[in-house]
Design a protein around this ligand. Structure first.
Ligand SMILES: C[S@@+](CC[C@H](N)C(=O)[O-])C[C@H]1O[C@@H](n2cnc3c(N)ncnc32)[C@H](O)[C@@H]1O
Length: 281
């Protein structure tokens, strides 16, 4: 399977805009985001996806779902500023129903905002409910993007390389192709530190511990070291997006660092996954 839900016309019910769910959302204290969040909240009058249309993110905490996208977009903008990137053209690979993308589509400084996903339902959702600047398209699991060479300032992949079981290097080369020289790729991953730190409170670990290949590593003591530089735990052989992948930092530096320059590495930013920021030279 190279795509998901490609048949049929998606039917959706949607939620109210984020402001509707603010009172009573105690999942996370977002006050440190300050006035920027307030302004974004006022601007964003678009519906929110239901929990099942956003990969389950934040369960019933709809405002926190929205605010997490605001925070991640802010972190990306800040990285662009640090690395001298004028953010105008942007792609979010594996964007789901636009958790982060919606915030960049509502940012007047950006002129081109693309999102793509294997899952046709997510693509339909964005193209139906988010402002027209957000252009979503369905991609397949064989790396290829219908975008011109050297055209974008930043690309991101939040919790996507954590699931790409094959062709991760070809995906990086494809992202490099669409980036302008100097453009950056923000990629989140599970590292050897994730491997050692995850425990029963992590959704990742709760799912992994039922995976037969993971049986030797269920005990925390068995996870001091990542046994291989790149570990793939695959659920179904006939389906894309059914794996959990871990990368050792040494592998990322040695292999990914040949494709683009590694400019920053962050542990658990903002929460559980690590981030590598690569730059096309
Ligand atoms: C864990 S979700 C993260 C969604 C979104 N990035 C976010 O942070 O809210 C992973 C998403 O990546 C998509 N995906 C997985 N493998 C992909 C691939 N090779 N190409 C594009 N999308 C992919 C899935 O369909 C899913 O929507």
């Amino acid at each position: 399977m190279v795509s998901l839900h490609s048949r049929g016309l998606a039917q959706f019910e949607v939620l109210e805009p984020a402001g509707h769910y603010r009172d009573g959302d105690t999942h996370t204290d977002w006050s440190s985001e300050g006035p920027g969040l307030e302004a974004a909240l006022e601007r964003d009058t678009y519906p929110l996806p239901r929990t099942e249309d956003r990969e389950g993110y934040y369960g019933g905490w709809h405002f926190s779902y929205w605010a997490s996208g605001y925070r991640d977009a802010r972190l990306l903008r800040e990285a662009c500023e640090r690395l001298g990137v004028d953010l105008r053209g942007y792609l979010d690979l594996g964007c789901a129903s636009g958790r982060v993308l919606r915030h960049l589509a509502l940012d007047g400084d950006l002129s081109e905002v693309y999102g793509c996903d294997l899952n046709r339902r997510h693509v339909d959702w964005i193209n139906r409910y988010l402002p027209a600047k957000a252009v979503a398209f369905q991609n397949h699991s064989i790396p290829s993007l219908p975008l011109p060479d050297n055209s974008l300032d930043a690309v991101s992949a939040y919790s996507v390389f954590t699931h790409i079981e094959a062709f991760e290097t070809a995906w990086l080369m494809e992202l490099r192709r669409v980036l302008k020289p100097g453009g950056i790729a923000w990629i989140t991953l599970h590292s050897e530190r994730t491997w050692a730190e995850m425990n029963d409170n992590w959704g990742l670990y709760k799912r992994l511990k039922h995976q037969p290949d993971f049986a030797p590593y269920v005990a925390h003591e068995s996870r001091a070291e990542l046994p291989e530089e790149r570990m793939v735990f695959r659920w179904y052989a006939d389906r894309s997006y059914s794996s959990k992948v871990f990368y050792h930092q040494d592998y990322v530096r040695r292999v990914w660092g040949r494709i683009m320059e590694i400019r920053e590495e962050h542990h658990r930013l903002p929460k559980k996954q690590d981030v590598v920021i690569l730059q096309k030279t």
